[in-house]
Design a protein around this ligand. Structure first.
Ligand code: NDP
Length: 306
């Protein structure tokens, strides 16, 4: 079967791949790097264990209205693992019987594993983010003052990860107050919630600590002409900036923060590590994230040159 093709619900209905199938599902999905990254890691696994020669990772474009039927079919067709991306991460939670504690707290899943009693849901985004920050910025969330931009699904994963890593403080800035309030109320039972400081006014930004980690979890930066998600002059050069956006590989936020002297990184590392963790969940093997990184980076560079 062709792992570069984008499959649909109609293809799923007549699916007859005999090997172990994995897939990412979303809408849009055509430019997802996940198939390339995962198939590179699977190819490496197959070098030491021939059973992985029968494994393959596919991509499916699924409309949100078809998600319940699609999940039922993926389960019947015994897809061992699914990655969920925009816009399915929150919706899918309603169709799962077993969900990891952190996914429940985040309110979203990005990884499903087939079990005899149904798909089990996980969320590996927070893990991916903290690994990306550790390995590519050389910073640890533990004990750090963190400023999170955004209050959507990725921001929620970021906040839950910062809480679990015992960040010193977590400031959150979001455009719409409603979404920020909804996020705060759903996280209010979590341990350490008192270290969350919503940014309500400009003065709150003027009083940022001298050093910290700023994480962009808004969708600003995906398009070249997007405004900045933050006026970077609020940061000192001692701040580091992690932008979850990975395509383009250089975002305006990182460019401007770097001019100030901040250490900066965009989110390919996060994408890679959330994917590697998902593959570990499915295979119960240690995955070489570098192989996935190289494959993802190469694909991004090819997209730019097309
Ligand atoms: P959501 O749609 O759930 O949230 C989007 C967020 O962006 C909201 O906080 C929204 O604010 C904010 N936003 C959107 N447009 C604007 C604007 N014009 N001005 C100010 N704020 C705006 O998306 P996700 O949380 O799923 O994803 C967020 C980003 O993280 C995306 O860029 C995504 O690609 C990236 N991501 C990267 C991953 C990786 O592995 N590197 C993994 C997951 C996500 P408001 O509430 O006001 O609408």
């Amino acid at each position: 079967m062709d792992t570069e093709k984008t499959y649909t619900l109609a293809d799923l209905k007549v699916w007859d791949y005999s090997g172990t199938a994995l897939a990412v599902i979303g809408q849009p999905i055509k430019h997802s790097l996940s198939p390339i990254m995962h198939n590179a890691a699977i190819e490496q696994l197959a070098q030491s264990d021939p059973k992985y020669k029968e494994w393959a990772y596919f991509r499916f474009e699924i409309d949100p209205k078809d998600l319940p039927d699609a999940l039922e079919l993926f389960y019947q067709k015994r897809f061992l693992g699914l990655n969920l991306t925009v816009p399915h991460k929150v919706m899918a939670i309603d169709f799962l019987k077993v969900i990891s504690d952190s996914s429940r707290a985040i309110g979203a899943v990005n990884t499903l594993k087939w079990t005899a009693s149904g798909y089990e849901g996980f969320n590996t985004d927070g893990y991916g983010m903290s690994k990306g920050i550790e390995q590519e910025l050389g910073k640890s969330l533990n004990g750090s003052d963190v400023l999170i931009l955004g209050a959507g699904g990725a921001a929620r994963a970021a906040v839950v990860e910062c809480l679990s890593q015992n960040a010193a403080s977590i400031r959150i800035l979001n455009r719409s107050k409603d979404r920020l309030d909804a996020m705060l109320s759903s996280l209010s039972d979590l341990k350490g919630f008192e270290c969350i400081l919503p940014i309500q006014a400009k003065e709150d930004l003027s009083n940022l600590p001298e050093t910290g980690i700023c994480i962009n979890a808004t969708s600003l930066g995906l398009n070249e002409k997007d405004p900045l998600p933050l006026d970077v002059t609020f940061l000192t050069p001692q701040w580091s900036v992690y932008d979850m956006v990975y395509n383009p590989q250089e975002t305006q936020l990182c460019i401007e923060a770097e001019k100030l002297g901040c250490a900066v990184k965009t989110g390919l590392g996060m994408l890679v590590h959330q994917g590697a963790k998902a593959l570990e969940i499915w295979t119960e093997q240690t995955i070489d994230a570098q192989i996935m990184h190289n494959a993802g980076e190469k694909a991004l560079n090819n997209q730019v040159n097309q």
